[in-house]
Design a protein around this ligand. Structure first.
Ligand code: TYM
Length: 329
C-alpha cells in the first residue's frame, strides 16, 4: 500500500482539512508507506503573492508536523520534486480537453470569466494526477470534494497504460473519511467549509485561539429547534447536522450517540460543549505549531530531507513514463 496526498498552500488550514484529510493521514502512517506534500505548484494557479506562498508553505508544513505527521511519513513541498511537473507535461498529452471541461472545481473557480482564468487552473487536475501517479500510489486519502479529480486520475492512468501498452500506473483508490467527508461552513450548511470563503466566521482555522474558536462556535448558524433523538432526522437541517457531524468526528464517536446524548436540548447547551471539545483537540496542535514556527529554518530543512526521499521514489516511474512515450532522456 502506497499512500499519497497533498494540500494546496493557500490560506489557512481549517477544521474541514483536518477532519476530512489530515486526521486520516496521521492515522495511516502505520498502515503503509506514506507521502504527503504541500501543493505549492498548484497554489500558483490562483492569485497568491510570493511572500504569501513562501510563508504558507512553511506554516502548513509546521501545522502538519504539529498535527502528528512524523518521520514515518515523507513530507515535502511539490516544487522541490521536479518529477511532478515533468510527468504532468507527459500526461497532458493523454488527458482530453473534454475531461477537464467537466471538472466542477474548474467550473466553480473559473466562474463566468473563463478567458480570464489561468491556463494552470484548467490543467490543475493533470498535475494532481501526476502527483499521485509519479509514486504509483495505491491509496489517496482526501475529502469528498476531491473525488472527481481522483476519477480523472484513474481515467488518465487507464488511457496512458492502454495507449502505450504498459502496466505502469496502478489505479489509485480514493479513501474518503466516513466520519467527515464534507465539513460545511459554519455560516451556511449548504456550502463547503473552505479556505477561500471571505467570511472568517465560516471556518475554524487550526491557528485560531481558544477564544476565537469559542466565539465561532457561539456564532455558528443554527435553527431554533432542539436536537432530535435520531441523526437521520437532521436531513433537512443542514447547519445542525454539520455541527453534530463535527462533534462526532472530533470525538471519534458515532453521530447517533451524540444526538442521543443531547436529544431535547437546544443549541444553547450543545454549542459550549462543541467549543470545549474543539479546543481540547485543536489547542495542543496550535501550541506545538507555535513552538515549531520559532524555528522556520528547521521546518524548511525537514521539508528538504523529505523531498530527497520523495525524489528517489519518483525517479524510476518518471523514467519508465519517458521511455514508454519514446523520449530520449
Ligand atoms: P485542498 O488544499 O483544498 O484540501 C486539502 C484536503 O482537505 C480536504 N478538504 C475537506 N474535507 C472535508 N470537508 C471540507 N470542507 C474540506 N475542505 C477540504 C480536501 O478534500 C483535501 O483532501 N487539489 C487538492 C490538493 C492536491 C492533492 C493532490 C490531493 C494536489 N495534488 C494529490 C490529493 C492528491 C486540494 O486543493 O486540496
Amino acid at each position: 500500500m502506497r499512500v499519497v496526498s497533498g494540500i494546496q498552500t493557500t490560506g489557512n488550514l481549517h477544521l474541514g482539512n483536518y477532519l476530512g484529510a489530515i486526521k486520516q493521514w496521521v492515522a495511516m502512517q502505520d498502515q503503509g508507506e506514506c507521502l504527503f506534500f504541500l501543493a505549492d505548484l498548484h497554489a500558483l494557479t490562483g492569485t497568491v503573492t510570493p511572500q504569501e506562498l513562501a510563508n504558507s508553505t512553511i506554516e502548513m508544513a509546521a501545522t502538519l508536523f504539529a498535527a502528528g505527521i512524523d518521520d514515518r511519513s515523507i513530507l515535502f513541498n511539490q516544487a522541490r520534486v521536479p518529477a511532478h511537473a515533468e510527468l504532468c507535461w507527459i500526461l497532458q498529452g493523454t488527458a482530453r480537453m473534454g475531461w477537464l471541461n467537466r471538472m466542477t472545481q474548474w467550473k466553480d473557480k473559473a466562474g463566468k470569466n473563463r478567458d480570464g482564468a489561468s491556463v494552470g487552473l484548467f490543467t490543475y487536475p493533470v498535475l494532481q494526477a501526476a502527483d499521485i501517479l509519479v509514486y504509483q500510489a495505491t491509496h489517496v486519502p482526501v475529502g469528498e470534494d476531491q473525488k472527481q479529480h481522483l476519477e480523472l486520475t484513474r481515467d488518465i492512468a487507464t488511457k496512458f497504460n492502454q495507449d502505450f501498452g504498459v502496466e505502469l500506473f496502478p489505479l489509485p483508490e480514493p479513501l474518503i473519511s466516513k466520519a467527515a467527508p464534507r465539513i460545511m461552513s459554519l455560516r451556511d450548511g449548504n456550502a463547503k467549509m473552505s479556505k477561500s470563503d471571505p467570511s472568517d466566521l465560516s471556518r475554524i482555522n487550526l491557528i485560531d485561539s481558544d477564544d476565537t474558536i469559542a466565539a465561532k462556535c457561539r456564532k455558528a448558524k443554527t435553527d431554533p429547534e432542539p436536537l432530535p433523538d435520531s441523526f437521520d432526522a437532521l436531513v433537512e437541517r443542514p447547519e445542525a447536522r454539520n455541527l453534530v457531524t463535527i462533534f462526532a468526528a472530533l470525538a471519534d464517536r458515532d453521530p447517533q450517540s451524540v444526538v442521543e446524548e443531547y436529544a431535547g436540548q437546544g443549541f444553547g447547551a450543545f454549542k459550549p460543549a462543541l467549543a470545549d471539545l474543539t479546543i481540547s483537540v485543536l489547542g495542543p496542535i496550535r501550541e506545538r505549531l507555535t513552538a515549531l514556527l520559532n524555528d522556520r529554518a528547521e521546518v524548511g530543512a525537514r521539508l528538504a530531507k523529505g523531498a530527497a526521499r520523495a525524489s528517489a521514489l519518483a525517479a524510476p516511474t518518471l523514467k519508465a513514463a519517458q521511455q514508454a512515450v519514446g523520449l530520449q532522456v
